[in-house]
Design a protein around this ligand. Structure first.
Ligand code: GLN
Length: 572
């Protein structure tokens, strides 16, 4: 009781400071916090989202949040080379690619409330300081910054009416950037009371080839580091290339006081989608239910159903009847993380077609009409994904032309949509020098242009058009066929340029169809060639990869893989 009073009472002269969102009851929400030790990039998001999925399966309301250490306010300005793709949420928030993992695993749309950066936290604290909210106190990392972090977590719980909040702390334990997050979670655990906050440490088991065996020392040291912060893990997940040996698991158990059944081997699997079942088999979900005293609220019938649905999907992975190769053109070909969602969307579409999808990365900087046939000789379909700027753009246009003229299945995404318009304008409509003003600002036919007035109508200001928007689908079109006759669908956008409405009629007269449009304004959102003319030629001004889910693959990807299978069959 004393604790309850002290944490909620911040106006008296006191060292306690814990702002509480309205409607929040201490101890009524459960939290699972996931930390990484030893190295970053271990797949904390994959682990956390898989565990969250297993709880969701049991009918718990789950809400994930990623706490990023960097000072940027969002991920919009991050170089995908360094940080992977920018994942855009329906509300327009530009986030880390891990949010995509959560949306896919949980089949759940997230919002800005599921993503915090140090920059956001500090900004909130500094805004409060300027507004005089700290009543003359010196503003400190503890309790004010940590108080803000706890507030964010609790606010998410209230807003989503979450039973369990999954907190993923970015980076690695020991990083200066993330230290205050770890401290906040330690405080949270004390304030919420026993059995409310569960800690997971992800660690890495080395397997030096020269020794030929797994070594646990680095993992032990990493976990010790976490314990120095006053956090004792309840579960340890050991990343490794191969199944972690019993000996190593026992060692870790002994050194950390974590029971062996909660030391989990998270070794490499052919697909991340096999992890939820592996965790279920190891009994991790039951451990969590027990540790958080959630047993009485488990919906077993729903759990069995969800497990069966997932198993039907997961059992197809790796057992494919055929294989196709899809070429992806892109500037960031050096870094697969830049295209994480496209890779996943192709995996979903492949499973839906019982087909393995191999990806061929195509650097377009040296592609021209003369060599394009040879460069695309091996692929059964092609994607021109989102992008910015001049580099490789003419090569992409050459690829699109080749696909259009040779019946090669084509899916254009965002920039790939705009480039398809440019290609058609130049080579079919005879609009010589047609281009996007992103590349040639004063080109003779700016078929793709910045149109701030259009964005103003949507209340988005003059900059990037971001987030979910509705799309009206033309009945009878290829798009209508793919979206199973839906008249309106919703997809996610992230672009600055768009088709100039002045050119729509001239382009459509020559056969290209704009089959997806904004419900009220002349914003072109899907283009296609009719099936009679081309087996599969479609593009979206949006990013269809962002809405693809394992059990609900995005239709434009499914269609691409289907067409690629067909093309391959015709070739042989
Ligand atoms: N560069 C283009 C634009 O800003 C396309 C953006 C993208 O592909 N995401 O409109």
């Amino acid at each position: 009781m004393d604790l309850l009073r002290s944490v909620s009472d911040s106006t008296d002269e006191t060292e306690f400071y814990t702002p509480m969102p309205e409607g929040y009851r201490l101890g009524s929400t459960k939290y699972v916090a996931v930390f990484g030790t030893v190295i970053s990039g271990l797949g904390k998001g994959i682990f956390s989202s898989s565990l969250a999925k297993l709880l969701k399966d049991k009918s718990f309301r789950v809400a994930p949040i990623k706490l990023e250490g960097y000072l940027n306010i969002d991920s919009g300005t991050l170089n995908p080379f360094r940080h992977g793709e920018v994942f855009v949420l329906d509300d327009g928030m530009e986030t880390d690619m891990d949010l995509g993992t959560y949306e896919r695993m949980l089949d759940q749309n997230l919002s800005g409330a599921n993503f915090a950066t140090s920059g956001q936290i500090y900004r909130a604290v500094l805004d409060k300081e300027r507004a005089g909210s700290y009543l003359g106190r010196d503003v400190q990392m503890i309790p004010h910054v940590t108080g803000e972090v706890k507030y964010r977590l609790r606010e998410l719980a209230v807003r989503n009416r979450a039973d369990v909040v999954f907190v993923e702390v970015g980076g690695t334990v020991g990083d200066i950037e993330n230290a205050f997050y770890i401290e906040s979670l330690r405080e949270l655990s004390y304030e919420e009371g026993e059995g409310s906050v569960l800690f997971v440490a992800l660690t890495y088991i080395l397997h030096p080839p020269a020794l030929g065996e797994q070594k646990s020392k680095a993992a032990q040291l990493g976990i010790k580091r976490l314990m120095e912060y006053g956090i004792h893990p309840d579960i340890i997940a050991c990343r490794a290339t191969q199944q972690v040996s019993d000996k190593v698991r026992q060692k870790i158990s002994i050194y950390t006081n974590v029971p062996i059944q909660r030391v989990f081997s998270m070794h490499d699997l052919p697909s991340i989608y096999l992890l939820p079942e592996a965790m279920r088999e190891a009994g991790l979900d039951s451990e969590v239910v027990q540790l958080l005293s959630l047993g009485g609220k488990v919906n077993s019938a729903a759990d069995t159903r969800a497990a069966a649905d997932w198993s039907r999907f997961a059992s197809k992975i790796g057992k494919y009847k055929s294989a196709v190769t899809i070429g992806i053109t892109g500037k960031y070909v050096a870094l697969r993380d830049s295209y994480a969602s496209i890779i996943k969307a192709l995996e979903h579409a492949g499973v839906a077609n019982d087909t393995r999808v191999d990806i061929e990365w195509i650097d377009t900087t040296d592609i021209a009409d003369a060599n394009v046939a040879e460069r695309l000789g091996e692929v059964d379909g092609i994607i021109v994904p989102g992008g910015f700027g001049t580099r490789g753009a003419e090569g992409k246009i050459a690829c699109i032309r080749h696909a259009r003229e040779n019946g090669l299945p084509y899916l254009g995404i965002c920039y790939g949509f705009q480039m398809a318009v440019v290609e058609y304008a130049r080579n079919v409509c005879g609009l010589e020098g047609a281009n996007t003003t992103e590349i040639v600002p004063d080109c003779p036919h700016p078929v793709i242009d910045i149109l701030p007035e259009q964005k103003k109508i949507e209340g988005l200001g003059g900059n990037m058009r971001l987030g979910g928007q509705d799309i009206d689908i033309t009945p009878g079109s290829l798009a209508a066929e793919l979206f199973a006759g839906a008249q309106r669908v919703r997809e996610r956008f992230r672009h600055r340029y768009e088709v100039d409405p002045k050119y729509i009629e001239r382009i459509e007269e020559k056969g290209l169809v704009f089959s997806g449009r904004h419900p009220e304004h002349p914003i072109m959102q899907i283009l296609e060639l009719p099936r009679e003319v081309h087996p599969y030629f479609i593009a979206g001004q949006f990013h269809p990869e962002l809405t693809s889910r394992p059990l609900r693959p995005q239709p434009m990807f499914v269609g691409l893989v289907e067409a690629a299978i067909q093309r391959q069959a015709e070739k042989s």
